[in-house]
Design a protein around this ligand. Sequence first.
Ligand SMILES: Cc1ncc(COP(=O)(O)O)c(C=O)c1O
Length: 417
Amino acid sequence: MSSTPDEMALLARARHVLVGGVNSPVRAMGAIGRDPLFIDRATGPHLWDTEGRQYIDYLGTWGPAILGHAPPQVISAVELALPRGTSFGAPTAREVIFAELVCELVPSIEQLRMTSSGSEAVMGAMRLARAATGREVIVKTTGGYHGALDGLLAEAGSGATTLGVPTSPGVPAGATAATRLVPYNDVAAAAEALDGAAAMIVEPVAGNMGVVPPADGYLAGLRAACDAAGALLIFDEVMTGFRVALGGAQGRWGVRPDLTCLGKVIGGGLPVGAFGGRREIMAELAPVGPAYQAGTLSGNPLATAAGLVTLRSLMADGVYEKLEENGASLEDAIVASGAPVRINRVGSMLTAFFTDAPVTDYASATRADTEAFGRWARALLDAGIYPPPSQFEAWFVSLAHGRREIEQTAEALARAA
Ligand SMILES: Cc1ncc(COP(=O)(O)O)c(C=O)c1O
């Protein structure tokens, strides 16, 4: 699919005033060797670009669109909230109701602090973990992404334990000096690295090296290793929260972290994040405790309106069974297309890796053939399917993807294979 003159003109304007024409790097679609598409609107399982082309969407705005796009109940909730004011910078009753619901549904959360993004939630959780333990080192997994914050932009390294080296210029070495890297799915490496550490932060299902499920016993092993080291366990459930189960990955695997970071789904498509955990740890946070964290738009009334109705929708009977079924149908369709991929799937999130070996960590994920993925993704776009524009991202299926969309996807996959 080649760009139309109008698309080329818009891209030129975008590149003049926005870096790379985008506001977040992967959107530029460089990883699949094409220019970005500008989106005009979205409803249910569909996206339309500015040229009126329709796509079945599996990006799901990188996770939040679990009900599909513009679900009527979310639109109504935001429409009701809108005329009452878009931001107060003061407490509201709705954020209390929202927090009560999150505390009820997420097993380990007794108290919450809301933010405006997942990155801010992680930043707050890290500061809190350091304040609560009086220690500095944070252990993270290679290939684990926790937002664009300095201290965790350290991914490079080999061997079981590597001292963090910044991945991005502009991150001072000092910012990652207290970050230790270990491979995902390796409890022994984590146990060793946790010596003297404040916390381990982990995506309980890795989603940012492509989807990589936790091996049997991995999450429970991390819990035990953190306990043995006197360190806190932080689950970054920005992606998995309310996605892989109503109680997130911790509900699905029955492992309770000390702190949990949330984002994406809990905002119903509006900008939101949150972190929470045990009451005595949260009590370290200002204004009760000394650890400072704040945000002008935190607990924003539109975001809590969208988030609240989204969470309530997810509490209906059969929702997670339906998401599982939709995820399985997409997986079956990809397998049936004959694409030479290995699929990792947890419920409604999956990645099709262009490799013939199992993908269990960052090293095995990065052996995938990114050129082949790029060709496939471009062909899928041509066929009206919108995949995540990188080999190392998750596909998200929503409740709005019905049998019809999956059948159309299967036909398009067959054409793209
Ligand atoms: C696991 C995880 N943590 C944190 C973040 C950062 O969230 P945000 O982009 O809302 O700042 C992301 C974003 O993709 C994520 O996937």
